[in-house]
Ligand binder design. Structure first.
Ligand SMILES: Nc1ncnc2c1ncn2[C@@H]1O[C@H](COP(=O)(O)OP(=O)(O)O)[C@@H](O)[C@H]1O
Ligand SMILES: [Mg+2]
Length: 264
């Protein structure tokens, strides 16, 4: 079984998807085999990884994997991503489209919160890591992600509302293991993204986050337009000019990830 990590924050714009996509990129470059589960009906991770939906022949997505309520069904859903870099062949995707929203309304059905875990059972043994990109909520979809995960990682901007929301995610993870029949679930730490030292509020919030999270502060990603551009154009960081510094930041983050989450 791959080691599964749910990336979350109950606020939108907290750079969760960027963290999932760029961590997948850095891990694949380091020769790990990575699965990305897009658990957000917005499907941002899917699009940024270059995946394209086909309305004439719609591929299976996270929504169908959950709806099937069947062990191991994820094996039929993994798809290649659209990037052409050589390391992209080590990333597979469980894509999402807006219909994933329909699964959120099924929270009341018996055992619904276990359905992603069930879908992944035996279906990620060929992978080292699975990164689950959660929606900006602590609702049913995120709970399904947490029920399937071994670990949770928080993402935040260095701004008050975002830090408050990642604390909420951390506390929710800490309190939910038993309820989600996943008592081993543990919170790894927090990544602060889009830090701009010219903004006084960022300096203050980063300082506060360091005190608040201590060793669980995993790292700081600077605010850089090339990150927005790579996401916008569904490209790799390698394709952006002058991306050396940013690539090094994500590669360092991937090193910490591998240390704290040893591949099985
Ligand atoms: N370090 C960064 N510097 C600049 N822009 C960033 C950075 N990280 C993420 N972004 C951009 O911020 C926006 C929101 O990020 P996103 O990952 O979609 O957040 P979330 O998934 O938490 O809603 C996206 O346009 C993304 O490209
Ligand atoms: Mg997102």
């Amino acid at each position: 079984m791959a080691r599964r990590v749910a990336i979350g924050n109950n606020k939108g714009g907290a750079k969760k998807t960027t963290l999932a996509v760029r961590l997948a990129e850095a891990l694949a470059k380091a020769r790990f085999r990575v699965g990305v589960v897009d658990l957000d009906p917005q499907g941002n991770a899917s699009r940024r990884l270059g995946w394209k939906d086909d309305p004439n022949d719609p591929p299976l997505t996270t929504s169908e994997a959950i709806e099937a309520n069947a062990e191991g069904v994820a094996a039929q859903v993994w798809q290649p991503i659209g990037w052409t870099a050589d390391y992209a062949e080590r990333i597979v995707l469980m894509p999402a489209r807006f219909t994933l929203e329909d699964r959120a309304t099924e929270a009341g059905q018996r055992g619904a919160y276990r359905r992603l875990a069930k879908a992944l059972k035996g279906a990620d043994d060929h992978l080292d890591y699975v990164l689950i990109d959660c929606p900006p909520s602590l609702g049913h979809l995120t709970q399904m992600g947490l029920a399937a995960a071994h670990y949770a990682l928080g993402s935040t901007e260095p701004e008050h509302d975002s830090v408050e929301a990642v604390v909420r995610y951390r506390d929710f993870v800490g309190a939910s293991g038993e309820d989600l029949a996943n008592p081993e679930l543990s919170f790894l730490g927090v990544v602060v993204s889009a830090y701009d030292m010219r903004i006084g509020a960022h300096v203050g919030q980063l300082d506060g986050a360091r005190k608040l999270f201590g060793d669980a502060m995993w790292g700081v990603i600077p605010r850089r337009s090339l990150i927005t551009n790579a996401d916008e154009y569904a490209q790799t960081l390698d394709q952006q000019s002058d991306s050396h510094e940013v690539r090094a930041v994500f590669e360092n983050l991937a090193q910490r990830f591998v240390k704290e989450v040893p591949a099985a």
